[in-house]
Design a binder for this molecule. Structure first.
Ligand code: SAH
Ligand code: SF4
Ligand code: F3S
Length: 473
């Protein structure tokens, strides 16, 4: 049987990477193989993101490039899946009329069938979830089905690292954000399903699992009166043989509870890495964003983190130039970044999203060049902090899970046994060093001799370091 050729492009967050993995796994079962060449593909899928305008533009420009190809080969099936499919639905046909299917994040399991239908001539398939006002909560929840049992190791970051969804949707409704619309109501998946999936991943050789949720630490699952929180789940997952590291993203500041911090402190497999987006250092802006906490609350949370897990690496996200952000608001953000000393921060320029509360009610009044300048300034402050913190590691030995050839090594096309490798510490710092290809997938000790804001540079100290050998993370 000749296999059908599938091309897939993914933008957006880790949720989307995981969704693409699932879709590829289900299509491989139906006789597809992956290709990286769109011109030989007979099925092309775009897994999309709507969080900022730029992400949508990227998808529309990729789709634009297919117009000719589709005219020349009308039997090519083109599908748009993910958050933009849910948000824009049929509007996508207006900008790209040659698209054959539009599939929201809650309908991904239908993709093989929808592609077949399109191929049989039944074009313009649309499968999406109910909107947040289109029915009862349980109806809406059911329309956002999760689709997780199928796995495809070839689509993972590496064969020994995998994502595992523990929560779908979001109920926080920050005023700037589309995610509660595109991903629907917050729902915690059942602990039993999660643990079984972790066991499957471990059987497939996976050593590191990153638990995913938009507000992962708000995770709750209630079954017959028994409540499972993220801390309980981590304790269960800790027992899964073969799993060496457990990470979880993204955390919501208000839900950083003491039980969770104690599990991070006490359980060696749980990474002391906490991504807890602050978004802004100004109470006025936080209020306008409806983030549900104040600067003082965030500061209290940081103090609890530092008191309970002193070595934890904390990272953040920021939006600069949110509606009405003044120079003074921005200065407060700079000051708080200096105070909190994040390991790293992702900084975004505010992008107005139609359909959100902010777009409806508050003008996007900060000019683009001001957003750009604030972005650069904040990034420079953060980079300096990251570099200073990384310098603390000079002369120390860190545990590194070796992920593969470094970017520089891939670029140079190094193909010998000895090459430049990259990996991460338990607290998510990137480490680059020379080593043998055989080390890929191993956890080893690396002595750090140099550091930049994003990378530690080191030499291999031991080939098989267990977590017990090194205390430095
Ligand atoms: N659920 C996560 C992340 C969601 S999206 C959380 O709440 O932390 C990832 C990041 O994108 C957000 O943290 C925010 O910093 C940024 N973001 C979301 N909407 C945005 C918008 N409209 N414009 C610019 N950045 C945005
Ligand atoms: Fe968006 Fe806020 Fe939910 Fe994060 S917590 S996904 S920023 S609404
Ligand atoms: Fe984007 Fe959807 Fe993720 S909007 S950030 S892909 S949840």
């Amino acid at each position: 049987m000749t296999l059908r050729q599938l091309y897939i492009e993914t933008v957006g967050c880790q949720m989307n990477m995981l969704d693409s993995e699932m879709v590829v796994a289900s299509l491989k079962k139906c006789g597809y193989e992956l290709t990286t060449n769109p011109s030989v593909a007979d099925t092309l899928l775009f897994n999309t993101c709507s969080v900022r305008q730029h992400a949508e533009d990227k998808t529309y420009s990729a789709l634009g490039k297919l117009k000719r190809a589709k005219q020349e080969q009308p039997d090519k099936v083109i599908g748009v899946m993910g958050c933009m499919a849910q948000k824009d639905q049929r509007l996508i046909y207006e900008r790209a009329p040659y698209v054959d299917l539009i599939v929201g994040p809650g309908q991904l399991h239908q993709i093989p069938e929808l592609i077949d239908k399109a191929r049989r001539g039944d074009r313009r398939q649309v499968a999406v979830s109910l909107g947040r006002r289109d029915g009862t909560v349980s109806h809406i929840k059911r329309s956002h089905e999760t689709f997780d049992p199928l796995r495809d190791p070839s689509m993972r970051p590496t064969p020994f690292q995998a994502y595992l969804r523990i929560q779908i949707g979001c109920d926080k409704f920050c005023t700037y954000c589309v995610v509660p619309m595109t991903r629907g109501p917050e729902q915690g998946r059942s602990p039993k399903i999660i643990v079984d999936e972790a066991k499957t991943l471990a059987d497939q050789g996976c050593k590191e699992i990153t638990l995913l949720g938009q507000t992962v630490n708000s995770y709750r699952h209630v079954d017959g009166g028994k409540v499972t929180r993220l801390s309980d789940l981590l304790l269960e997952l800790h027992e899964v043989p073969g799993i060496e590291r457990l990470k979880f993203v993204t955390n919501y500041p208000k839900d950083m509870t003491q039980d969770l911090l104690e599990v991070v402190r006490d359980m060696p497999k749980v990474s002391p890495y906490l991504h807890v987006p602050l978004q802004s250092g100004s109470n006025t802006v936080l209020e306008r964003m409806k983030r549900g906490y104040t600067v003082e609350d965030y500061r209290d949370m940081m103090e609890r983190i530092r008191a309970t897990v002193p070595d934890a690496a904390v990272s953040s996200d920021f939006i600069v130039g949110f509606c009405g952000e003044t120079e003074e608001d921005f200065e407060q953000t700079i000051a708080l970044v200096k105070e909190c000393r994040f390991k790293n921060s992702f900084i975004f320029k505010y992008s107005e999203r139609p359909g959100t509360k902010a777009a409806d009610r508050i003008p996007d009044a900060v000019p683009y060049d001001v957003k750009q300048r604030r972005n650069n300034e904040l990034l420079a402050v953060q980079n300096q902090i990251s570099e200073e913190d990384n310098h603390e590691f000079l002369g120390r030995t860190v545990d590194v899970l070796v992920e593969g050839p470094s970017k520089a090594s891939i670029k140079k096309g190094e193909d010998g046994m000895l090459l430049q490798l990259t990996g991460r510490t338990q607290c998510d710092r990137i480490v680059v060093f020379e080593g043998n290809r055989r080390l890929i997938g191993e956890t080893i000790g690396v002595g750090v001799y140099d550091a930049s804001s994003h990378t530690l540079f080191g030499t291999v100290v031991t080939q098989h370091a267990g977590p017990e050998l090194f205390t430095v993370q």
